[in-house]
Design a binder for this molecule. Structure first.
Ligand SMILES: CC(C)(COP(=O)(O)OP(=O)(O)OC[C@H]1O[C@@H](n2cnc3c(N)ncnc32)[C@H](O)[C@@H]1OP(=O)(O)O)[C@@H](O)C(=O)NCCC(=O)NCCS
Length: 189
């Protein structure tokens, strides 16, 4: 468990990072994702089914960031990649075109990482992704992020993730994504 002090005014702003029963707290997690990433009610309903399905995959794991009064304010989850998973089948041709598809083997996928806007930029996201990958058995990690300069892309680069493919289009997603990969353990500051 790692603790993050708040801004000094309220103990309730202190955040603790630890294991998360994401299936039990999926609605809280999606409420955080909706605020952080921008999701409408329809998208939340779709994501809910996808998250619950992901959690049945072998090796799927989640960590949460929780305030001392029990509110979930951030989460990360992921799993060992399987080339048969939908995400992997979408990115595979883009990676193959760059001769990078070997990254799909023996790799831990970060599926989602989100921090409530009021709790961003104090190291919670960095700790969540570092902690979940530190306990992975795989020698590398991959993920996809919207292909723009964003806090997420800056964070991933600072941890050692590099672009494996750009302008990756997921069916039904309006914006192109970048696929990034990093050797594990991630770079610690
Ligand atoms: C990406 C995200 C999870 C990072 O969480 P966070 O707790 O704010 O991240 P951290 O405080 O650990 O910041 C880590 C790094 O991110 C970058 N960063 C964070 N917030 C930033 C901001 N507002 N502007 C610029 N860079 C920022 C910094 O490089 C920071 O590095 P530093 O620790 O050297 O200062 C969070 O910004 C978020 O939820 N964003 C919206 C949802 C999203 O895009 N998720 C990722 C989907 S792929």
């Amino acid at each position: 468990m790692l603790r993050f002090p708040g801004h000094g005014h309220r103990d309730a702003d202190d955040v603790v990072i630890g294991p998360l029963d994401l299936a039990a707290r999926v609605d809280e997690a999606l409420a955080v994702q909706a605020l952080a990433f921008g999701l409408g009610a329809d998208e939340i309903a779709v994501r809910r089914q996808i998250v619950l399905r992901h959690l049945t995959y072998p090796g799927a794991r989640a960590l949460g960031a929780t305030t001392t009064d029990g509110r979930l304010v951030g989460f990360v989850y992921g799993m060992p990649n399987d080339r048969a998973h939908w995400w992997s089948t979408v990115v595979e041709p883009y990676l193959r075109a760059q001769d990078n598809d070997g990254w799909l083997d023996d790799s831990f996928v970060i599926t989602e990482l989100h921090v409530h806007p009021r709790f961003q930029n104090r190291g919670v996201g960095r700790t969540l992704i570092t902690a979940i990958t530190d306990s992975a058995a795989e020698p590398r990690s991959i993920l996809s992020a919207i292909d723009i300069d964003s806090p997420a892309r800056g964070l991933y680069r600072s941890l050692g993730y590099e672009d494996l493919a750009r302008q990756v289009l997921f069916p039904s997603a309006p914006k192109p994504y970048a696929v990034m990969g990093a050797p594990l353990p991630l770079r610690h500051p």
